[in-house]
Structures are given as C-alpha cells and as structure tokens.
Design a protein around this ligand. Structure first.
Ligand SMILES: Cc1cc2nc3c(=O)[nH]c(=O)nc-3n(C[C@H](O)[C@H](O)[C@H](O)COP(=O)(O)OP(=O)(O)OC[C@H]3O[C@@H](n4cnc5c(N)ncnc54)[C@H](O)[C@@H]3O)c2cc1C
Ligand code: FES
Length: 327
C-alpha cells in the first residue's frame, strides 16, 4: 500500500472515530435532556388509521443537497390516511449481495392525495415523500434503489401530532431530518388556517431541509445553524422568546409547540411551553425492529421503576407530551 493511500485511510478512520464520538456525546446529552420530560399523550380524539402493507412504486429518488436523499413513493392508501408525524417502515431490498433483514423507520415528510383522472387527463396516485440521510447499511442500500422499482412499505404507524380544537397558532421546531417529522403538522396547520412559524435547524445553511415546503405551505421560517451559532440552545431560546413577545398580534405566543430532531430541543421546547403556558408535543426516535409494537425493542427514555418497561416509541409515540417535571 502506498504512503498516500495509507495516509488517506488513517484520515478517514480518524474522521469516522471523531463522528462516532460526537454522535455518542449528542446521544448522551439527548438522553439526559429527556429525563423526566416525556409522557404518553392522552387518548387521541379520532380512530388511528389502520396500517397497510403496500408495494409502492418509486416515482422520484434524488439527492437533496450534499447530505440527504428524497424518495417519493406511490401509495394512495397511506397518503390518504396518514396523520401528521406518523411514520412508515421501509423494507430495503438486497443490494450487492447484502440482505437487509429489518425494515427501517422513516417519517412521512409530505402526503399528497391522489388526483382522479378525466377523459382528457390521466389521474395520479397519492404519494408519500420521505427524506433520509445515509448513515449505515440499510440507508446505503436504499440509496441504490432505482426509480420505477417497488419498495415494500408498512404504514402509517404510530401516534402523530394533533392540534387541539381552536388552536390558532403553532411553533414547530425541527432539526436535521427531524424537520421531516414535523412537516406533516405544517401541512395540517395550513389546511386548518393555523398561523405557523417553523424553526429549521441544522449544522450548515446549505443542509437545511424544508425551505421550499414551508414556502409552499405559507409557514414563516426561522433558520438556526451551528455554523453561525444561531442553533445554540440559549441563543435560540432567547430569539424565540423575543420573537413571540406579544408586542403585536403576529407576535402572540403560539398555542402549541411541536418539535422533532433532538432531545435537547425537546427540553428547550418544554421550557418555552412552560414559559408561555402552552402544551408541547415532541417526536422521539428509537432503534426499531418491527415498528408495530410486537418486539418491545423501542422503549422510550421515560423514568419508571427499573422493572417496568417504558412506553413504546413505535406504538405509544413517536409523538409524546413534553413537560418540565415539577420537583
Ligand atoms: C419514527 C422514526 C422516524 C425516522 N425518520 C427518519 C427520517 O425521516 N429520515 C431519516 O434519515 N431517518 C429517520 N429515522 C432514522 C432512520 O430510521 C435511521 O437512520 C435508519 O434506520 C438507519 O438505518 P441504517 O441501516 O442505515 O443504519 P444502521 O445504523 O446500520 O441501522 C441498524 C439498525 O438500527 C436501526 N437504527 C439506526 N439508527 C436509528 C435511528 N436513529 N432511529 C431508529 N432506528 C435506527 C435501524 O432501523 C436498523 O435496524 C427515523 C427513525 C424513527 C424511529
Ligand atoms: S419497534 Fe418493535 S415494539 Fe417498537
């Protein structure tokens, strides 16, 4: 092996180790931030949609910026029934001899209803849009799936975000691919005429997802990035308190806060919710094997008796109530 190749490999190994160490630090901070914060939401008003197992054609599969990929799947049933904040389990087909046993959970970023055909114009199927980052074996194999292929998709799954009757304004907060977790709430808010502001948070401005979706849905955007320090928790909290300072009708504090993308952001949202006296709903992630409540592999980080299992993120969540514990 040449010295150059050896150096490149050492540099790549060091970058991988640094990324893994950073991910561990973030995971520990998230777990600490969620401690005592989360509870299962009261029973939802209407029935939860029945999940289906669909063979969905891949209509679009393309890069989004340098970090993510966008997948549009034809699935009229899921597009029609999915509620904001619900997710699907995607079965990833084998790639390069590598079989991917477990399906992967992905948030439903956008839902678009089927359009009936006319004698002049053919109809279009309902679609769901997912956006994902390549992080491991499953998502690497998923990236190789071609337009026109069929993917097995189960959904819609879990309990999503819900607006209380009479809600007039909402603050949505998403970070990274967590933006996809709350975009469905922006769709519902637009349909219900709820005035919405969304924080789009991420590492760098060019990596922020959701700008075009927010423009389409009439959502006011506040960008927050690590690059300029505006995503730092204290900076963001101060900016949001200032933004919603009740000085004009537009600046009235929101009636609800909905958040997805990091435990530390869920805590920030809960602190803001306590300050404004409004409820907070937080969507969580967990490693999932079935997504259906069978394997019990996705317990939420809720403080309980050590012998009692926490609620399941796939079935009781992924959206939970987030409240600062009273001590
Ligand atoms: C409700 C929900 C919604 C999600 N929505 C999105 C989304 O919209 N876009 C996106 O990019 N990612 C999303 N994720 C995370 C995504 O599921 C993981 O990045 C993906 O499963 C990683 O698979 P992998 O094989 O590439 O990685 P690997 O690390 O090789 O995965 C190994 C195993 O761990 C599980 N796993 C790994 N990381 C996660 C994780 N963060 N959450 C849950 N399971 C994980 C995988 O499902 C798999 O079973 C979501 C997770 C959950 C729980
Ligand atoms: S992933 Fe199997 S029970 Fe939640």
């Amino acid at each position: 092996m040449s010295i150059d190749t050896l150096d490149e490999r050492r540099t790549a190994d060091a970058a991988r180790r640094a990324a893994a160490a950073q991910a561990r630090v973030c995971a520990e901070a998230d777990a600490a931030a969620l401690d005592g914060l989360i509870s299962v939401r009261p029973r939802q008003a209407g029935p939860r949609p029945q999940p289906v197992w669909d063979d969905a054609e891949v209509l679009v599969h393309e890069p989004v910026g340098e970090r993510y990929r966008r997948l549009v799947l034809a699935s009229s049933t899921i597009a029609h029934t999915a509620q904001a904040g619900q997710f699907v389990m995607l079965t990833v087909p084998p790639s390069g001899g590598d079989r991917i046993l477990l399906p992967r959970p992905m948030a439903i970023h956008r839902r678009r209803a089927a359009i009936a055909g006319t004698p002049e114009r053919p109809g279009t199927p309902g679609t769901i849009e997912l956006i994902y980052g390549i992080v491991g074996r499953g998502t690497r194999a998923l990236a190789a799936v071609a337009v026109g292929a069929t993917l097995q998709v189960t959904g819609p799954l879990g309990r999503g975000f819900e607006f209380a009757a009479g809600a007039a304004s909402a603050l949505l907060i998403g970070r990274g691919v967590g933006i996809c977790g709350v975009m469905g709430a922006a769709e519902d808010a637009a349909a219900l005429g709820i005035r919405t502001t969304m924080v789009l948070s991420g590492q760098r401005p060019e990596q922020l997802l959701g700008r075009a979706d927010c423009a389409e849905l009439g959502v006011r955007v506040l960008e927050a990035t690590d690059r300029d320090g505006s995503s730092a928790l204290t900076t963001l909290a101060a900016r949001l308190r200032d933004h919603f300072d009740a000085s004009t009708p537009e600046r009235t504090p929101p009636d609800v806060v909905m958040v997805c993308g990091a435990g530390v952001l869920a805590r920030l949202a809960a602190e803001l919710g306590a300050f404004w006296g409004v409820p907070v709903q937080a969507s969580l992630e967990a490693h999932m094997a079935c997504g259906l409540g069978y394997c019990h592999g996705c317990a939420a980080p809720v403080r309980t008796d050590a012998s009692v299992e926490g609620p399941l993120v796939c079935a009781d969540g992924p959206v939970f109530d987030a409240r600062i514990p009273i001590v």
